[in-house]
Design a protein around this ligand. Sequence first.
Ligand code: AMP
Ligand code: FE
Ligand code: FE
Ligand code: ZN
Length: 284
Amino acid sequence: MRAFGPADLHAHSSVSDGTQPPAEVVASAARAGLAAVAITDHDSTTGWAEAGVAAREHGIVLIPGMELSTRRDWASVHLLGYLFDPEDIALHAETERIRLDRLNRAERMVARIGDDYELEWDDVLAQTVPGATIGRPHIADALVARGHVRDRGEAFESILHWRAGYFQPHYAPDPLEGVLLIRAAGGVPVLAHPGVSRERVLPEREMRELVEAGLFGLEVGHRDNSEDGKRILLRYAEKFGLAITGSSDYHGAGKPNLLGENTTPADVVERIVAEATGSAPVVP
Ligand code: AMP
Ligand code: FE
Ligand code: FE
Ligand code: ZN
């Protein structure tokens, strides 16, 4: 059998807020020496087909995935889902609802920012591939193009930060609902960067609830997780029998994160593939 690791199970393309088309993300992953890569665009599976063709071409395993936006008590919680059925009606309806409200929310944010800075909705569209899941990174790129900030990082530290007063939330389901939806679609759910700070780690009671609903693993290897956060996550993994993954959260030129900076070993990927019933990996 072909090796499923080392794998990078978290990467974004221009189908959401990455800067490269899906085929280029896959080509870059192969060049980085990875055995497998997951394309996990925010709330979208639109990149799967193109990524699959590229995976065969470049001789790398593709794990089709998605990063589902969820929220609890105003804190955004990202849930990676792997190998679910992309045509599952309930999950698809939910991602359409999120994507539509992301668009609406971005328009509202741009209208507010436009009161104080030269910025129009067309500036954001100019930074977005048609059909992409819109997010603050596209507004950031428009602010860069207008010369208001140097890069995405500066935009997030200033105008796009919630403290600046332009921030608007978008619709997102509860993480428990997210885990249930991904499992019902035959997929395997993993909490993305769940240890950014000690305070942001879900309390044990809430973690147990997600595990009972079918949570498979925790993305412990992620540059945004704090050392304190990772310690708590490793304790949860042990206690609840959760798998541990590591990934880059690559966004092309949109973030400093590099493909392969954190990886997941082959045996964990094999367990994901074995548990999934919604779709199959692309194995060249
Ligand atoms: P949104 O979901 O629209 O609120 O935007 C959040 C997205 O912005 C996340 O998916 C991150 O990938 C991206 N992001 C957050 N902080 C930064 C940053 N400092 N630099 C670049 N991208 C960021
Ligand atoms: Fe992102
Ligand atoms: Fe995320
Ligand atoms: Zn991500």
